[in-house]
Design a protein around this ligand. Sequence first.
Ligand code: BG6
Length: 487
Amino acid sequence: MSFPSTFLWGGATSSVQYEGGFDQGGRGLGHMDFIPCLSEEDRKRLPFTFNQSLERFEYFRAHESESNLAYRRGTDFYHRYQEDIALFAEMGFKCFRMSVSWPRIFPTGEELEPNPEGIAFYHNVFDELHKYGIEPVVTMIHYEIPLNLTLKYNGWESRETMEAYCRYARTLLDEYRDDVTYWITFNEINMTTHAPFIGGGLFVEKTRKKNEQSCMWQALHHQLVASARTVAYCHETAPQCKIGLMINRQEVYAQTCNPEDELRALKDDQFNFGFLDVAVRGSYSSTMLSYFRENDIDITMEEGDAQTLASSSIDYVAISYYMTWVASGDVEKQEPLGCFVRHLRNPYLKLSDWNWPIDPVGLRITLNRIYDRYELPIMVVENGLGAYDNVVEEDGQKRIHDDYRIDYLRQHIEEIGHAIDDGVEVLGYTPWGCIDLVSASKTEMDKRYGFIYVDADNEGKGSYDRYRKDSFWWYQRVIASNGQDLG
Ligand code: BG6
């Protein structure tokens, strides 16, 4: 396996799940600040917790003081970034993916001038990273928008939010273009179709559109236009930077060679590619337009939007990859699996403790498929195993023997290596939650991904001290050998 010498090994986080300090440094409230960590019982009962309804949101707003609002805490990067970055450097990280908290820069989203304390905070973080030669990879929005924009404009349903984002994104580029080379305009832009609240900051119940699908797609259209405008601004003002867009890549297999199954898989795949098609090719694919017609989706596209989309193209594709889907022509057969979607169980794959299918070869397949379609470099900016970790005391030290995580990551890295040998240009790999943080789908701490353990539980209790897991030392060897020592 030939990883290039420039390969960006690192790890990934998001401000909403990691940063904390929600009421410090002049930060405003974000739309996720009212999502509670559920009780054990509710967590088992509900497939995922983040697709907030208006009713639930209002309930937790009214019960703020007695609610367990985990995103407000994250795992305290805000106060511990120096300690954490030193640990990343010890592992040998070449890059670190993080997101900027929009409400920390523009507390309501509508200010004309950014919050100076927020601006200074990220300068300090980037300086700290550069001290160790770590390249920041910065997501401009990862499931976090100022609460004011959700309440006043129903989030991304309105163009006002799009304008506010463009001002915010321009501010980031103007301020940090000398500190940050790799940018991502949106985390998993396609998630707005699965979880409109988390992805679009919108309540579909409040829509002015004729149906929920139209509401979600209106929001997505605004996001795609905002992304294109940001890419164009970046190319114009910071040509040394590379800017990409990210999707949650959902590779689909047909359940059998029955042409009906194959057709369903093809349709699902066209849908999944539909978002990147806009960002790379500059317009909606004709199959996507036909999907809109068939599903009575009405999107208001203003004059100039088509030209904006056509005017810029991303420099690289960013993906998260966790699992693959199995599609059947018989939709009645679909069953819930994992947390985001309905699909079929693949008998060849094992499931994680959270029922997410584990498919390393699928990563090689998907990298090939994306590269065949666009011939653009790809960065795998999320992948990993959410698992329960057990802390044991040995020789007076806390140890976490996470061989299951090492196995998972080893297999996925091997497949990235094979994809590179297949001819795919892969820029880097940043496994998700390189340090433990709050889970997105279940809002809990129990589901851990990190190389670094954080002593915090679902209720937010604990010292928040950091401990190196076995995978920490293993990943250090992987990076030091540029992917040759996976043992
Ligand atoms: C990705 C998101 O979809 O999945 C992350 O970008 C999220 O924010 C990750 O944390 C893993 O999901 P979960 O639910 O296990 O935290």
